[in-house]
Design a protein around this ligand. Structure first.
Ligand code: GLC
Length: 411
């Protein structure tokens, strides 16, 4: 707040009565991903406005996928546009945004209550560049009713999943029932598609900033996904399936098993869902003899370096990232908390019983490579996964291409 704004407030009498900070007529604009409960965040913002006289907050949403959102933000930030004050960022982006000088510094903030993975993701070169919004990971969604009907347990390996999916789809005899839906489109989620079975073989992609690519593990990972399509367990056009397609098809009752992020759960329990009350959530399977692995997701709140309301925007982010709001969003928006303590909270357990098991998954989820050049890393992996699934490239050649291209980026 400027000095003149403060004086004019003080001069208009009643202002002295305010105990909380008074920001005179500040309009903040917050960018929120359209997939992640903007309506529920709106309620949290209403509560903030009610206790913060002088501050109004507007929401802007856009882009249905992580990279569409990033593309929009890249344009805004490259133009040094000051219209957005607060930005929600996918967990993979703080490193890039910080390197570009696009986010303001939160150093000095005590991060001890947050899950360690998010402390790490938001600390770049020793500086805190954003604060956690919500946690996320990929899970296996399954039709509890159908598994029960066929006397099956949630599969622990991908081979078990394949067998279970075949048994159920053959038994049901519905041509529109898919055994498995996952993301094969060239979107950010397809990076995790590749990494799930790759990591499951005990291999790392990058260690200490160096590429540790295992060619055989990569071939095996790509072949596994291709085999689901070839054997009719997944749709033939799985190369066109994005995250929200998986969510919609599962919710319509046309999918037995689905790989998806946590947001799909609340939606599957909504009024317009055909599978409400019939959904189970489990850890993702492993390759035979491997470990059950998943990708760390999640979103972070940053303040735009170009915001003209730095103090007000930082205060708002502290609130949005607080334990109070994390709990509110867990109960009302089914977004996973960023505070370990909240996974034991009785009210949250009542609203989303499966969160009790989700903590272990989030805590053991692996991060995608952390690098300011993440966009290029992502592009290489997701376009190759897509090309393999579309049948344009073999798994063998796909693995060779990923390795050659990543070598150039992560030199
Ligand atoms: C989810 C995750 C995010 C990931 C994205 C991919 O939103 O939270 O980290 O990148 O899905 O689609």
């Amino acid at each position: 707040m400027t000095f003149s704004k403060l004086t004019s407030l003080l001069l208009c009498g009643g202002a002295l009565a305010f105990a909380s900070p008074v920001f005179a007529d500040t309009e903040l604009k917050v960018y929120i991903s359209s997939q992640h409960q903007p309506d529920v965040w709106r309620k949290a913002l209403d509560q903030y406005e009610a206790k913060t006289p002088g501050v109004k907050v507007a929401i802007e949403t856009g882009g249905n996928t992580s990279e569409a959102q990033a593309q929009y933000l890249n344009t805004v930030m490259s133009a040094k546009d000051s219209s957005l004050d607060v930005l929600i960022l996918d967990v993979i982006r703080p490193a890039q945004f910080a390197a570009a000088g696009w986010t303001s510094d939160f150093s000095g903030k005590d991060l001890s209550g947050y899950l360690p993975a998010y402390v790490e993701a938001n600390t770049v070169d020793g500086k805190v560049v954003a604060l956690p919004a919500f946690a996320d990971a990929q899970f296996l969604y399954y039709r509890k009713d159908l598994l029960d009907k066929y006397g099956l347990q949630p599969p622990k390996t991908w081979d078990e999943l394949k067998a279970a999916a075949k048994k159920i789809t053959e038994g049901e005899g519905r041509p529109d029932l898919q055994g498995l839906s996952f993301q094969g489109k060239a979107i950010e989620g397809a990076v995790c598609t590749f990494l799930l079975p790759y990591w499951s073989q005990g291999k790392a992609l990058v260690e200490n900033g160096k590429l540790t690519f295992d060619h055989d593990a990569a071939v095996k990972a790509l072949s596994l996904w291709k085999s689901f399509a070839d054997e009719g367990v997944a749709k033939k056009n799985i190369a066109e399936v994005a995250t929200d397609d998986t969510r919609k098809e599962f919710q319509a009752g046309n999918v037995v098993f689905a790989v998806n992020w946590s947001y799909a759960w609340a939606k599957s329990q909504g009024e317009d869902s055909a599978v409400s009350g019939k959904v189970g959530v489990a850890r993702l399977p492993s390759v035979e003899g491997g470990e059950q692995s998943t990708c760390l997701g999640g979103w972070e709140w940053g303040v735009s370096a170009y915001s003209e309301h730095q103090d007000e925007a930082k205060k708002l982010v502290e609130y949005l990232s607080s334990q109070e709001v994390s709990k509110f969003m867990a109960i009302n928006g089914a977004l996973l908390p960023t505070y370990a303590d909240l996974y034991k909270d009785a009210e949250i357990a009542k609203a989303a019983p499966w969160f009790a098991d989700a903590l272990q998954v989030v805590e053991t989820a692996k991060p995608r490579p952390v690098t300011p050049r993440y966009n290029e890393v992502s592009e290489v992996i997701r376009t190759t996964v897509n090309a393999v699934l579309a049948g344009v490239v073999t798994p063998e050649d796909g693995a060779t291409q990923i390795e050659a291209r990543l070598k150039r980026i992560l030199r």
